[in-house]
Design a protein around this ligand. Sequence first.
Ligand SMILES: Cc1ncc(COP(=O)(O)O)c(C=O)c1O
Length: 401
Amino acid sequence: MVATSSRVPLRVPLAERVLAHRVHDVPPSGIRKFFDIAATMTDVISLGIGEPDFDTPRSIIEAGVESLREGRTHYTSNSGTIELRRALAKHLERLYGVVYDPNTELVITVGASEALDLAMRATIEPGDEVILHEPSYVAYVPAIVFAGGTPVHVATRFEDDFALDPAAVEAAITPRTKALFLGYPCNPTGAVLPDAVQDELARIAERHDLLVYSDEIYDRLAYGSYRHRAFSALPGMRERTILMGGFSKAYAMTGWRIGWMAAPAAIIEGILKIHQYVIMTAPTVAQDAALVAIVDGEPEVERMRAEYDRRRRLVVDGFNAMGLATFEPRGAFYAFPRITSTGLDADTFATRLLEEEHVAVIPGSAFGASGAEHVRACYATSYERLEEALVRIRRFVDRIG
Ligand SMILES: Cc1ncc(COP(=O)(O)O)c(C=O)c1O
């Protein structure tokens, strides 16, 4: 039994007595409820979970197996193997022209998830404000709150293709603002930041001396004419950006739990203190597999990206054809149709769609209030299943409309 303050009366529920307020007060993920319902049904087509349907490419799996066979079953350096850090540094320089020292400026983490947590915990003082676009990935707000910070939301809108409005960001800045949080390409909207918006945000960060957290885990999943730029590659941004990414999405490696972060040495030094005491190292087997992913995985990334692109067009056209207005997502693997034409709110839409047609989508409200008129549909599932899902959704929309 955990010791609790004797001043708290025993009739107060256990969770309130024991859990820290900042933990107790964070609601559970709005996504979970739908998985729980879906798990009780048969024949569900899930567009719910944001995870590649592809298995990890063969050569990457083989690298993991080989690593284990060779007896590489021990800790690595806290920062990750130097081979992987060197390959990552080369990769970032080749793709984005931004140079990091593999010895002092990169850390291999347990997914981008750990990177997010480390970035927040290493830099936020109690009461610091972090400006965050909304809707955004469900883990961002909890990561800020668990670290003692205060999230300040800036709504993004369907009418602007969910790009962040720099003027709205600047208007949200107060003397307590510590950082700007960017998660683009965006989960749940699929939006990207146009170059002009990125440039303006960089100027704002400089003008107000903000730190920038940039979660770019979907950097490789970009479509059409859009070319991703790492935020730290913009002039003046390397010194104030904590860049984060991972292998889960582009290389279909969610279960390996492997990601990374890049920042100036002075910041990484602090981050490493938390990582080394709390985690020690990312799994060795996953690091060895990730090395092969980064060095040899390019054709596989392109194969999967091309297939997501094909599905993206199917899904976006399908939603628009049934009267659910959907802007064209340029990144990640989500479509974010607006469901107001059905007269239902997002939660009711998603619940009824699941119960009546066995298709799981996530209400946009799970990603923040400004997502409330939308649902998130992940198209990382096979083309044929997406076709069938669209038939079912159309039947549902026609029936209620
Ligand atoms: C935007 C975003 N960031 C981070 C993560 C976590 O990724 P990882 O598997 O690398 O921890 C996800 C997973 O869904 C995500 O969508």
